[in-house]
Design a protein. Structure first.
Lengths: 362, 328
């Protein structure tokens, strides 16, 4: 969640494979970068596994106090948690490779099923939030750059800091109070009314992303309902990320606005508006794509809090539920999935950045 | 340019302290932001220090001599900011919350600073396989959502719930694990750069041990940017603490007052239009984070000569003294 990224983050030997870009440079970059996902994911799985087991086995954590010591020991033995840690670890790794993450302890569901059921909801929230963030961040960032060090800029900078300083759950609380309770305009929890939810989940091969499903089935009423429910969570999470985008666009646009080619455009009589929105804007966008990748991690963390705030039944909401139930098998599964998502997104972002800007490839 | 002088008297040493020197350098809007940030930080620190004196009630007090406190009572003369659903006084809890926050911030930042800087120094200076492993590990942790990592850590440390000291330490350690990679990266990058400088080489030539080079020569030079990271991380520590508390992984409400936990409780109040239980702890978080961010931001801008703004008067003085220096 750093606003100013700490200096020195570009000096990372593993993130900078030195390959001369001649002919097959891009393919080589693609492969090297792809292979780098493996250690990242592997380390995270290992760290999470051992951390979660240091304090004891999941069954004692979930059932301790509710079962007699004998029953507990029997359950632990049955699940194999009394074997040496290393054997359990390698077994877990093997399971992950075959796509099996075990079964949850609290409600006995396959972890993979939990992930696919609730993953779509989190994806929907993340997409909505990114849309809000881009709609807010880019235009306002350009305005701030254009009016650098004057009042619009000062106000926008303070707003951006305010966006960063407000935890999503507090933003959510205010939005709920104002638009849900006092004005009564918008629903304050859930992803849709239950009738709508029933219609949408009853569709043939639903994607799980409600607005997409509603659009595909041409059900405008359901789409409207989903959109109304999605607005407040998307705002709460999107404004947080939007503040970061605003600052980034501002800094980069200030850099490009001062370039000679913009001055050349001005001397040719190009309008100030066009100079800002076309000439200075395009090159300022490249860093945003890179930072969006870094923001994914923050977005997922924020999603956990946003989903809990708005009772949005996605991965984060379930994660909080499983945490309360001390169901650490489920927690571990969700955390591993999120780790993979973060690693893969960073890969995609790096590739896109390399496609746009060949200098990244080295 | 003004001729550089060695800090000779106590006065000039005082003037060259981080925040003071920045304040002297600033002007206009930048000074406004810095001052606003400092004021907010001062309010935060003062309310933490003076909470026992200022708060009319204890943070877990739900009754006094005249009987039980009313539940969810609106703000009035006795309960300035109202009461919660468990009958606690919101004003007192918000004040005591600053205490918890400051403990966690200090513990987290000090621990991560110590470990992160140490690992960064060793890793950057010695290099080799240790460096490789540390970098891969730090990168993997850095890429991971910090809140999730903090959740995992708090499970490990306290199984989720704990007393005052245990809770504060659990939150602080959870946050520390997230921060170590950041300090590590910054210090390591600096050390890598400084390693090639002549003063390091000359120290090596006269036979200084690796430890001596690291701790007397490199440490001071590699930690220049840290005050800035400190303010940024303090905000992150506060937000992570609040996030943990909001998810129910913080400190028990009877052990200490914590803003995130109070906001969690306030969520259900909000649906029935009760605003005071959430608004005040929430505003406390926002204002504290804003204060710290404004200070950090302004210091960042002032450290960067390209972003520094001078008032007209000051700019004139600088050009004049530069001309005077050139004509001599």
């Amino acid at each position: 969640m750093t606003i100013t990224s700490p200096p020195g983050q570009e000096v990372s030997p593993i993130a900078a494979p030195k390959a001369k870009s001649q002919g097959g440079g891009f393919l080589r970059y693609l492969i090297t970068r792809f292979l780098l996902i493996i250690p990242t994911v592997f380390i995270l799985i290992t760290v999470v596994f051992f951390l979660m087991r240091v304090t004891g086995d999941p069954i004692t954590a979930a059932m301790g106090g509710r079962l007699t010591p004998d029953q507990l020991a029997a359950r632990i033995h049955e699940a194999g948690y009394d074997r040496p840690m290393l054997i359990q670890y390698f077994e877990y790794l093997g399971q992950i490779f075959t796509g099996d993450l075990g079964r949850t302890l609290s409600d006995n569901r396959a972890v993979t099923e939990v992930l696919t059921t609730y993953g779509a909801a989190t994806l929907e929230l993340a997409i909505n939030a990114v849309i809000v963030a881009l709609l807010v961040g880019i235009p306002l960032g350009l305005v701030a750059a254009k009016f650098r060090d004057r009042y619009p800029d000062a106000i926008l900078r303070i707003l951006a800091i305010l966006g960063y300083a407000t935890p999503v759950f507090f933003a959510g609380l205010i939005l709920k109070l104002v638009f849900g309770v006092w004005l009564g305009w918008l629903p304050i929890s859930g992803r849709a009314d239950w009738e709508t939810e029933l219609t949408l989940t009853g569709l043939q091969s639903p994607s799980g992303i409600y607005w997409l499903d509603a659009l595909r089935s041409g059900n405008m009423e359901a789409f409207w309902n989903v959109a109304m429910h999605a607005l407040l969570p998307a705002l709460a999470l999107g404004l947080l990320t939007g503040g970061v985008f605003l600052r980034l666009v501002r800094t980069n646009a200030i850099g490009t606005l001062g370039r000679e080619y913009v001055e050349a455009g001005r001397s040719r009589g190009v309008s100030e508006f066009r100079l800002t929105t076309k000439h200075a804007y395009r090159p300022a966008l490249i860093p945003i794509i890179t930072v969006m990748g870094l923001q994914i991690a923050m977005l997922l963390g924020g999603a956990v809090l946003t989903e809990t705030t708005f009772e949005w039944s996605g991965l984060g909401f379930k994660l909080a539920e499983y945490l309360t139930a001390r169901d650490f098998v489920a927690v571990q599964g969700i955390v591993v999935l999120l780790a993979i998502i973060v690693a893969v997104t960073n890969f995609i972002v790096d590739v896109v950045a390399a496609l746009i800007d060949p200098r990244v490839r080295y | 340019m003004t001729t550089p002088t060695l800090p000779s008297s106590a006065g000039s040493r005082f003037k060259s302290l981080p925040v003071i020197s920045h304040l002297r350098m600033s002007s206009g809007l930048q000074r406004g932001m810095l001052v606003a940030g400092l004021v907010l930080c001062a309010v935060f620190i003062l309310s933490a220090l003076l909470a026992p004196l200022l708060a009319p009630f204890g943070f877990a007090q739900s009754s006094d001599a005249s009987g039980d406190f009313p539940r969810q009572a609106a703000p009035d003369a006795k309960f300035l900011w109202g009461t919660t659903s468990t009958g606690y006084d919101v004003f007192s809890r918000t004040l005591f919350g600053a205490q918890t926050a400051i403990w966690v911030i200090l513990a987290a930042v000090v621990m991560s600073l110590f470990i992160g800087v140490l690992l960064g120094l060793i890793s950057g200076y010695l290099g080799g396989w240790f460096d490789r492993i540390m970098v891969v590990l730090a990168d993997a942790i850095y890429a991971f959502p910090s809140l999730l990592l903090a959740i995992v850590m708090s499970i490990v440390i306290s199984q989720g719930q704990s007393s005052l000291f245990g809770g504060i330490m659990a939150a602080a350690i959870s946050i520390t694990v997230v921060f170590i990679p950041q300090y590590f990266r910054v210090v390591r990058a600096e050390v890598m750069r400084l390693k090639a400088e002549p003063f390091v080489e000359s120290a090596q030539v006269i036979g200084a041990s690796p430890w001596r080079v690291m701790f007397t020569h490199l440490l001071r030079n590699a930690t220049r940017t840290l005050p800035l990271i400190f303010t940024l991380n303090a905000t992150e520590a506060l937000l992570t603490l609040a996030g943990l508390g909001f998810l129910g992984f913080g400190i028990e409400p009877t052990a200490a007052s914590e803003w995130g936990y109070d906001l969690n409780r306030a969520m259900s109040d909000a649906t029935s239009g009760i605003w005071w239980t959430g608004m005040f702890p929430g505003l406390a978080i926002v204002l504290t984070v804003m204060g710290l961010t404004l200070v950090g931001e302004s210091m960042n801008d002032l450290n960067d000569p390209r972003l520094r703004r001078f008032s007209r008067k000051k700019a004139k003085r600088i050009t004049q003294s530069a001309q005077a220096g050139a004509s001599k």
